[in-house]
Structures are given as structure tokens and as C-alpha cells.
Design a protein around this ligand. Sequence first.
Ligand code: UT7
Length: 323
Amino acid sequence: MAGRSVVVGVGHYLPERVVPNSEFEKTLDTTDEWIRTRSGIERRHFAADDESTSDLATKAAEAALADAGLTVDDIDAIIVATSTADLTFPSAATMVQARLGMTKGFAFDVQAVCAGFVFALSNANALILSGQAKRVLVIGAETFSRIMDWTDRSTCVLFGDGAGALVLELQEGEGTSDDRGILATDLNSDGRYKDLLYVDGGVSTQSTGHLRMQGNQVFRHAVEKLAKTAETALGAAGLGSADVDWIVPHQANIRIIQGTAKKMGLPMENVVVTVQDHGNTSAASIPLALSVGKQRGQIKRGDLIVTEAIGGGLAWGAVVLRW
Ligand code: UT7
């Protein structure tokens, strides 16, 4: 017998405003054609001026709780993966806690940029397996539209806003890879690559700053590192690519997603793809894809899923779980 962190609910929220690629043709030297062929993105959602990351996170959390048939009274902890919290402090997670009416337990943010949800899932799993929490609400939520340089065509066309959430619950398994729940995780970072993807502002520099990226360099690292972390996590679970029902990748670029699936020897039929509709929503992209994948009827109970992501840091990792 072994404790497992099992997904018992999933949900998401996307802001109302949808911005197609053609919108950028009005203000930038770019085309719908370039954005589609280079990134796979066709449209993205942007939050309204009065909508913050904790607003999106709260709505995704409510959807996940409803899907689980649970209330906040059943939750011991909230983790929000985000790089775009409403305020410098307190955490977005404590804001969500208050908005949900949760007056017990604890809440905190995890910041690992686009890999944030993978890091948050791994932390939630550790809390559950060490007996510190029985049920954890894990949320990825971002408003990257707030850190875009709207004059930089190489970044501002790539990102979007949104939120997704999972409810994880401690359940007893057999201790084999047939168990439902998180089976293995693999986390990595290498701070030497800071300059490839960063925001040129922050509290210590007295500004919010804008996202800066050397896209083709990040692309190179992504193709090299994502299949490797996914295979490492699968190996730790005693599994291999052939056992995977769904890759649910971070949704940054369709060419990275295709390259990773190819390296893992899996066809695109085994990949949940939402990048065309959401753009890159950073830490929100994996829970969004899990929620949409379930809604579409792709992800079903018992399916073996591997999620993988890379982003600023560089930070990257993977989680293997049975749905
Ligand atoms: O989620 C965190 C991780 N982030 C990522 O995974 C993003 C990784 N990188 C990428 O997705 C891709 O590198 C991009 C989509 C950002 C760029 O694609 P690329 O094939 O690597 O293109 P590039 O950066 O090498 O640029 C090719 C050309 C350049 O022009 P020159 O120098 O060849 O004349 C750019 O100036 O495309 C130009 N370009 C654009 N042209 C039209 C860059 N952005 C645009 C644009 N419209 N929006």
C-alpha cells in the first residue's frame, strides 16, 4: 500500500476578451501567417483592466471544487503557481483563500515561471505524502498581458492570460504504476541561463518591467530538455513513453510540442494541444490543457499522463500521473 495524490477535480477560467492574431497586424510589423507558422498560436485571451490574477485563479478554483463535488471546508492547502501575482505581497494564494471563504489551512505561491505548475504539483504531492495536507487545491494563474512590451513583436504576440486548477486528494494505492495519482516528478533549474528569459523590473528595481526573451535560444533548450525530463520522470515511475496515453505539455509553441513528442516516439494523436486558442499562459497552460482535454473527452479516468514544461530560470520539469 502507498499513499497517492489523486486528481479528484479540475477546472479552468479564461477571460472574456479574445484577441486574434490579426489584431497585432494593426500596430506591429507582423502577420497572422508568421505567428501561426512560427508558434501555432491563432488567438489568446486577455484579462479586462479590472481583472487580476487572483480573480482568474478564484474562478478556476471554484470550477475545480465543483467538479470534485467538494467545498473549501474539505481543503487543507492552496498553492498558486504564478509570476504575475496581484501584489508584491501577500501571495495570490492567500487572496484566493479569502475569496473562497477558507479560514483554516494554509496558502502560498510558487514562482517557477512557465514551469510553475509542474513545481506546484510536485510541492503539493510532497505535502500530501508527508502528511501535512490531505487535500490541496493547486492553481496555475497568470496575467502575462500586464508584463508585455507592446512594441516588441518577438514576444507580445506569444502570450495570453488564464487560469486552471486541480484538486489533489490523498488516496491509498497499491504502490504500483497502475495506481491513480502522481507517480513521479522531476524538477530542474539552471540559473546561469537567466538572461534568456526574464522580466527587466521588480521590487528591487522599482518598476514592474517587461518580459524579455531570446526566443530561439529558449527554443533550443526546450527541445533538448523537455523530452529528457519527461523520460526521467517516466523512468522514476518504472514506465516508458510507450505507456503514455497523453502528453500534456506546456503550451508555448506547437513546434516545441511536436519536437518533444517526436523525441519521445509518440504521435501527435497522444498530445493535448491548446496553444492555438490560449497562446502561452505560462504557469496556467498545463492545468488549462488538462481541463480542456477532459472537457473534449480526450483525458479519461485511468489514463497515464506526462506533463512537461520549461521557462524562465531556466527552470523545467515533468510530472507523471494516472488520471
Ligand atoms: O514559455 C516559456 C518558454 N518560451 C518558449 O518556449 C518560446 C520559445 N521560442 C519560440 O517559440 C520561438 O523561438 C519564437 C516563436 C519566439 C520565434 O521563432 P523562431 O523560429 O525562433 O524565430 P527567430 O526568433 O529566429 O526570428 C526569426 C525572424 C527574425 O527576423 P530576422 O532576424 O531573421 O530578419 C525576427 O525578427 O522572425 C522575426 N520576427 C517576427 N516577424 C514577424 C520575430 N517576431 C516576429 C513577428 N512577426 N511577430
